[in-house]
Design a protein around this ligand. Structure first.
Ligand code: SF4
Length: 299
């Protein structure tokens, strides 16, 4: 096993992208000048394009797509500065015409974990073959089961079951679920679905407010917290940083880690942001590490 090393204020972090193993040597004190400059994880919206029309979608609706040569250059720079993983999303990342090539290049040129989040409906055996070996974890978005899924996503539920099977042949998978009034009553079914398709994690994403939707209601947020506290599931549960994580018994992966050390996001117009929902950001002109520094100073 070849471990990547990240030096953080919490200690020395060892990571193996193949097994997903993380070890934090928190008894080792890292001098401030040696702390890794990159965030631990970077998410990248490759394109705003997506053929689905989910009412709660937060992806911008103007056309924008990233050039993969720039994305590869950013990944190489961040890899050398201690970043452990990059996650491609959108929009729908598989709608990017050079998506498979991008994953292959980042996997070959860096020691970071390559992950992506997809609705699954563009996956084909050919694309799965092209991604196998270059992707270390994949996330499938499944909002509700059966008729609820079909109403929200306007695609057959059977198609997402097939997508889960195909994706599972590429890499370990997780299921992502937006939690709102439509899906809050189906969390048991979603956890069962996740276990049945061989997922290792169910990531709960409380719906965020957008121009079109108010976000998860206080009552549904309370139901979600109660469900997390009492659920007995066959898969690991995770919850996005939405404020609710403080109300549930969530493990703190890196004690004391600052949000901008944990994660940053690049949108499809090359703006570096604290996270995908953030309204502020720093355009990436040349070096991404310069943009990382500028974002830290601005926020
Ligand atoms: S699948 Fe995702 S990116 Fe596409 S419309 Fe739905 S929420 Fe937006």
């Amino acid at each position: 096993m070849i471990c990547k090393i990240r030096l953080s204020e919490a200690g020395v972090h060892l990571f193996d992208r193949v097994s997903g193993l993380n070890v934090l040597l928190d008894e080792v004190e890292v001098p401030a000048e040696q702390v890794s400059r990159a965030p631990r994880y970077l998410s990248v919206a490759l394109t705003n394009a997506c053929e689905l029309r989910c009412s709660y979608c937060y992806a911008p609706k103007h056309a924008a797509t990233l050039d993969i040569d720039r994305v590869v250059a950013w990944a190489v720079e961040l890899d050398g500065a201690g970043c452990l993983g990059v996650g491609f999303g959108g929009g729908e990342p598989t709608a990017h015409r050079r998506f498979a090539q991008l994953c292959t290049q980042v996997a070959e040129l860096t020691s970071m974990a390559v992950t992506f989040t997809t609705h699954g409906h563009r996956l084909t055996p050919r694309l799965a073959d092209a991604l196998r070996g270059s992707v270390h974890f994949a996330r499938l978005s499944v909002d509700g089961v059966g008729a609820t899924y079909e109403r929200l996503r306007r695609r057959p539920f059977a198609a997402v079951i097939s997508a889960a099977t195909l994706l599972r042949s590429v890499a370990p998978i997780g299921i992502n679920t937006v939690v709102n009034a439509d899906t809050i009553g189906e969390l048991d079914d979603l956890a069962e679905f996740a276990a049945e398709v061989g997922a290792s994690e169910l990531l709960l994403l409380p719906e965020q407010p957008t121009a079109a939707t108010p976000g998860i209601s206080d009552a549904d947020a309370e139901r979600l917290v109660l469900w997390i506290r009492t659920a007995r599931t066959g898969v690991r549960l995770a919850v996005s940083r939405s404020g609710l994580e403080a109300s549930v018994p969530a493990a703190e992966a890196i004690p004391g880690e600052q949000p901008l050390d944990a994660h940053m996001h690049i949108d499809a117009t090359s703006v570096l942001r604290p996270h995908a929902y953030a309204s502020v950001g720093t355009p990436i002109e040349g070096s991404i590490l310069d943009a990382v520094q500028a974002l830290r100073e601005a926020t």
